[in-house]
Design a protein around this ligand. Structure first.
Ligand code: BDP
Length: 708
């Protein structure tokens, strides 16, 4: 090696060392999420990748393309441990990556607007996007191939859904409704002057999944977000997100014309109110030219709305759509509504209010429907709205934050929950009319389509509190892009990108993730129980029977009595089942053919009734509660086995949370079993042992838990 070459070599080593390329931080604090870009340990693979990573060529630039090139540079340098220049013109050079929005690949009819195509030839990789955002997504897809140690292969990616967005339930005071990962990411009191560097990393993480929109404030919205003061703060966020292809959206307080505008009314048909919104939307676009749109929770859980003035949801939504007319934005109107009617079945409420309005919404409106008819339960049947509003584009709303899934202490991988809904057949246009096809617009021919996830990210250093909950953010994003991906494939990617490449350990972790949701359901709400009663939404209190409204009690949902358990929603009961298409109804209305996971959602089943498992209802319930709680021990054992393969700090963190989960799983089991036993009047079946505490003792522990 001559002097110059030695000098160059030393310089490169120094650069790499100083910039920390390829270094796994001694203690991985989880901040880097799935973009950790740790040095690829397999030298042969590294070498093979390196042959096509001598440079990154960016012939034409733009803020989004610059983000793409910089991400490729950061990622590849870390993964490969070598410095890689960004150049403008590759000329005849081969052996690098060309990032482009022109040429045959970019113009291929196979590409949707935000689609990408990766091709290889002569050791040169072309990442082509139909648009800048497409190229950005292609860059992340290429990085993902390396991060998961796949050979670089030709690949086309097109999003299934147009608007792939997170909903943050964040408040002006920095708190997060149903947030379990610290405070809000947005430091409103510092904005717009100080822009936390973390906002950019948030945008990178989302862009890596193809998420292209974010609603930054709570659906229970403060009118303050509509003030000039706050619009400027939001504009500062929009500036950071724009180079990552992400638009900002705001939740609106429907009564803002009154509270903020000083008008006498917020009636959507009042001309002054309409003018107020038109002016407000104009002001928003003057401040944020590429603003995404408005999200509205109206006449729901005490929020104001058009019904306060005798108007319909369509009147309210269409009034906002009119204000939005000169702009590209959308109005996203939520269908999460239910009334305090003691004789009603909350299950039926959204369907009853919204289906009569099918066909009445303006073209700019998308109705956002929660995956299930009640409220983000650990397991719900799909919302019947998906099968009954063909003349309205419907978006689906999932909850990534674990409101009913053990907050940030229980390990629950949510992809199977999301998939269960997406793959469910509504039969709206005959067999194969899955929720996914309603939502992606292919069934009813809609271009404006939406998948939203209530975010689980907060100020916690690792973003999500539970390190494994990062996988839920990841899974939501991947499914919003491509709902045909399997839960397992997504888990495998995430584990490889985030935790380990060691094959046995990866298999164990993926297996544990895939089982985790069913385990949770077993000790929490088996066979179709649900628990959306008031309060913190965590402590087990199936006995809770007092509240300002019946549907905010526990007994309303499970209906335990001396005969049996479950909510009769067949024709002999509330007949909510009739809201589904006959094909669905026929299967679910007969307790013999109703899938076991949904049984108590639709039937009041006698304690002694023999189920398809061969056990009586009571014995089956006990079996679920006990095996569910025991399975958390299994999760602990499995996790212990992967200790040497994952980062020690992260391993300790998850182990500690699993210990909490184990203790709480037994708490849930004991509460339910002891309470239900009062009605079933049967012993705990062998081989299970009766709880070590009494019902009164569990009640006492719950009361203490709920003390403020
Ligand atoms: C419920 C939450 C509540 C939300 C509401 C909603 O408990 O905090 O405001 O959903 O989605 O699950 O509007």
């Amino acid at each position: 090696m001559n002097y110059n070459r030695i000098g160059g070599y030393i310089t490169i080593c120094l650069v790499l060392a100083l910039s920390g390329f390829g270094q796994t931080p001694a203690t991985d604090d989880g901040y880097r999420l799935w973009l950790n870009y740790d040095l690829i340990q397999d030298a042969a693979k590294r070498q093979a990748y390196t042959r096509s990573a001598q440079f990154i060529a960016l012939p034409k630039t733009s803020p989004v393309l610059k983000s793409a090139a910089e991400e490729l540079q950061t990622g590849l340098q870390s993964l490969l441990g070598k410095s890689i220049p960004i150049i403008t013109n590759a000329g005849n050079r081969t052996g690098g990556i060309v990032l482009t929005t022109s040429g045959p690949a970019a113009n291929s009819p196979a590409l949707a607007k935000e689609g990408y195509r990766i091709t290889t030839s002569n050791n040169t990789i072309t990442v082509a996007g139909q648009s800048d955002a497409g190229a950005l997504y292609g860059a992340f897809a290429l990085l993902r191939q390396l991060q998961t140690l796949q050979p670089i292969a030709a690949q086309t990616g097109n999003p299934n859904v147009q608007l792939r967005m997170l909903n943050h339930w964040d408040n002006v005071d920095g708190s997060v409704e149903r947030g379990y990962a610290g405070q809000s990411l947005w430091k409103w009191y510092e904005l717009p002057e100080r822009v936390d560097p973390r906002y950019r990393d948030y945008a990178r993480a989302n862009a890596s999944l193809g998420i292209n929109g974010t609603v930054v404030n709570n659906v229970n919205a403060s009118a303050r977000f509509m003030t000039a003061e706050y619009l400027h703060k939001v504009a500062a966020l929009a500036d950071v997100f724009r180079p990552y292809g992400i638009k900002v959206y705001l939740s609106v307080y429907f009564a803002a014309p009154k509270t903020l505008g000083g008008l006498k009314t917020s009636d959507p048909l009042d001309p002054q109110v309409r003018r107020w919104w038109a002016d407000k939307v104009k002001e928003i676009y003057q401040t944020i030219p590429d603003f995404g749109g408005l999200l509205v929770k109206a006449n729901s859980e005490g929020e104001p709305g058009p019904q306060d003035y005798g108007r319909t949801h369509a009147d309210g939504a269409n009034m906002l759509a009119e204000a939005m007319k000169p702009y590209d934005g959308v109005i996203i109107w939520r269908a999460f509504v239910y009334k305090a009617d003691p004789n009603a079945d909350r299950f039926k409420a959204a369907h009853e209010e919204f289906t009569p309005l099918d066909g009445q919404f303006d073209k700019k409106v998308i109705v956002q429907v929660k995956n299930g008819p009640i409220d983000f339960q650990p397991r719900e049947p799909f919302s019947p709205l998906f099968g009954n509003m063909p003349k309205t584009p419907l978006g689906v709303e999932f909850q990534i934050t674990q409101e009913y899934l053990g907050f940030a202490t229980h390990l629950v991988y949510e992809a199977p929950l999301f998939k269960e809904c997406l793959d469910a057949d509504t039969y709206v246009n005959g067999k194969g009319s899955t929720v996914a096809r309603v939502v992606d617009g292919s069934l009813h021919n809609y271009a404006r389509t939406l998948m939203a996830g209530v975010a689980n990210a907060g100020s916690a250093r690792n973003w999500t509190g539970h390190p494994m909950a990062q996988a839920n953010w990841y899974a939501f994003g991947r499914l919003a892009w491509d709902h045909s991906l399997s839960s397992e494939a997504i888990a495998r990617e995430w584990v490889a990108m985030t935790l380990t490449h060691e094959p046995q350990a990866a298999n164990r972790i993926v297996n544990l993730m895939l089982k985790s949701r069913d385990i949770y359901v077993d000790y929490n709400t088996p066979i179709g129980l649900s628990r959306p009663w008031s309060g913190v939404h965590f402590a087990p209190e199936p006995w809770q029977n007092r509240s300002s409204r019946p549907d905010w009690t526990a007994v309303y949902y499970h209906r335990a009595d001396s005969i049996g358990l479950g909510f009769d929603r067949t024709a002999t009961g509330s007949n909510a089942l009739a809201q589904y298409r006959p094909e669905v109804c026929r299967q679910w209305e007969d307790p013999k053919t109703c899938p076991l996971p949904y049984l108590l959602w639709f039937h009041h089943v006698p304690w002694t009734r023999k189920l398809s498992t061969g056990r009586s209802l009571w014995d089956e319930l006990c079996t679920r509660f006990y095996t569910g709680a025991d399975s958390v021990r299994w999760m602990q054992q499995e996790w212990a086995q992967v200790k040497s393969a994952v980062n020690p700090a992260l391993h300790d963190d998850v182990s500690a949370r699993l210990a909490t989960q184990q203790r709480e799983a037994i708490w849930w089991r004991d509460a339910w079993v002891l309470y239900l036993q009062e009605y079933a009047k049967q012993p705990i079946p062998a081989p299970f042992k009766k709880p070590e505490r009494t019902l009164d003792e569990v009640k006492q522990s719950v009361n203490t838990y709920l003390l403020r």
